[in-house]
Design a protein around this ligand. Structure first.
Ligand SMILES: NC(=O)c1ccc[n+]([C@@H]2O[C@H](COP(=O)([O-])OP(=O)(O)OC[C@H]3O[C@@H](n4cnc5c(N)ncnc54)[C@H](OP(=O)(O)O)[C@@H]3O)[C@@H](O)[C@H]2O)c1
Length: 450
């Protein structure tokens, strides 16, 4: 155990933490520029071939940045995209960013530390940081914004220089340390363990903005919300926001195991994709989409008595035509991604004649992330973690997400030596209850967690 790890585990004072020297290198999960073409012509772009774990150099800190000792992180689907070098090489993002010059140049390196979630302890602050100090327990918002841009002040996500941290930047969350802007930090919910806290920011924040935020679908009490991939990363939080807001979640899944997980999250209306013949290699023939849409619409009416007011989209090509078809007259399809392909087709007659809307959404601004965190602090939203892998097995964890074997969120322990650490408010934890806090634990296959 390093002097710093030992000091952090013993609750050292800010002054003590700041006095401990930092290492020149740290262990992280990273991609290599030299692997950019490793998957050309390959069908199964197995992320275990491109995601390495080993030493990387610790960068110097800019004045508006904070160095976080990452106790835990989580796997997001964007790490799968990065590790497949799709839709383009992640190193092009780094080059674009470095084009700004100055401190941004540090990001363009031949290796990229990926990962867009993190929970940990502040160990250094840049000279311009006001709100945070060494020793603070924090979670990291993935929205890396430029607060000197005008648009950022209307909505952090609107600035042209907004980037997804650990995806479009270097020094992400899947490592012992992470470099973040001070504008990415939020106090860690004190009743959660490191790994529970690390699972939330990206997926919960994104789902919050899509459903609740001013620029999202603005769900109302009573709204029926169709949620694709409802037992996945985004879906598990979407279900909770819909229930909290007095809506009716209709969750779509592909297996009985996932259906059981969804019921454990409190989603009563669960539809298996097989019930309307939507398999992974589903064609998007327009006539088949209408046929499937009628079957899916019939199932939803049968179970909840109405068409969905909102469809929560991120699957993309395989489902988008269905989403536009089944959402009610005047309803909203809100989308933040395209796992199955980003060229969508849909029958526009059903959009314009029935006065529907499509809204694009991306991550969450800091205020939305803060409001999401407040719900987590109160126990109104709980982590959807189903497993925690050690950092040395980060590539296996990403592979589970890539192959859709996971449920909810998969955490990665970085500096935390074991699970269960980091709780500083055991009373709140006891009040909320272990079962309520961990509804999906035990659902992840293949890690001895079943
Ligand atoms: N823009 C943003 O801010 C943002 C933020 C987070 C995520 N995203 C994007 O959103 C997507 C989902 O992220 P996630 O974290 O929820 O991923 P995830 O944990 O892998 O969940 C995705 C779910 O999609 C469902 N799915 C997969 N293939 C499908 C198909 N052919 N038809 C219907 N459903 C299918 C799966 O559920 P079943 O197999 O059970 O149906 C799976 O659980 C990714 O592309 C990610 O990059 C974007």
């Amino acid at each position: 155990m390093s002097a710093l790890t030992e000091a952090l585990s013993q609750g050292a004072t800010p002054e003590e933490i700041e006095r401990i020297p930092l290492p020149e290198e740290y262990t992280a999960a990273y991609l290599r520029k030299e692997d950019e073409d490793v998957f050309s012509g390959v069908t199964d772009k197995d992320v275990r071939k491109s995601l390495h774990v080993g030493p990387v150099g610790l960068p110097e800190l800019a004045p508006d940045e904070v160095l976080v000792a990452v106790m835990a992180s989580s796997i997001n689907y964007n790490t799968v995209w990065s590790a497949m070098f799709e839709p383009m090489s992640t190193f092009r993002f780094l080059q674009q960013f470095a084009g700004q010059g100055g401190w941004a140049s540090r990001h363009d390196r031949p290796c990229q530390v990926v990962g867009s979630d993190g929970a940990g302890i502040v160990v250094r602050t840049g000279s311009g940081v006001r709100h945070w100090r060494a020793g603070d327990h924090v979670v990291v918002s993935p929205a890396h914004v430029d607060e000197q841009e005008a648009a950022t002040h209307a909505d952090g996500m609107l600035g042209a220089e907004q980037r997804a941290w650990g995806f479009e930047t270097n020094f992400g969350g899947l490592g012992e340390y992470a470099v973040v802007r001070a504008t990415q930090l939020i106090a860690k919910p004190r009743h959660l363990t490191w790994e529970e806290a690390a699972c939330n920011p990206l997926c919960a924040g994104t789902a919050y903005r899509m459903l609740v935020g001013d620029r999202g679908a603005r769900m109302k009490q009573g709204d029926v919300v169709l949620i694709w991939g409802a037992a996945g990363g985004l879906g598990g939080y979407a279900v909770q926001f819909v229930r909290n807001g007095g809506g009716v979640p209709v969750g779509i899944v592909s297996s009985e195991r996932k259906a059981a997980a969804l019921r454990a999250l409190g989603c009563e209306v669960v539809i298996n994709r097989a019930e309307f013949d939507l398999t992974d290699d589903a064609d998007t023939d327009p006539r088949r989409t209408i046929e499937r849409g009628r079957r899916l619409g019939g199932l939803i009416r049968e179970r909840v008595g109405a068409d969905p007011d909102i469809v929560f989209e991120h699957v993309g090509r395989a489902t988008f035509g269905l989403s536009v078809f089944v959402v009610r007259r005047g309803g909203t399809v809100v989308t933040c991604g395209s796992s199955t392909g980003y060229q969508h087709t849909f029958d526009n007659r059903y959009l314009w004649m029935r006065l529907k809307r499509v809204i694009g959404s991306h991550i969450a601004n800091l205020q939305e992330q803060w409001e999401t965190n407040r719900l987590i602090e109160r126990g109104q939203v709980v982590p959807t973690m189903s497993a925690a892998y050690p950092l040395s097995e980060a590539a296996e964890a990403a592979r589970a997400v890539q192959t859709n074997r996971h449920i909810g969120k998969v955490a990665v322990l970085c500096m935390a030596p074991e699970r269960g650490l980091g709780v500083t408010d055991p009373e709140t934890r006891a009040r909320i209850g272990e079962d309520r806090l961990n509804p999906l634990r035990g659902f992840h296959p293949g890690t001895g967690e079943e």
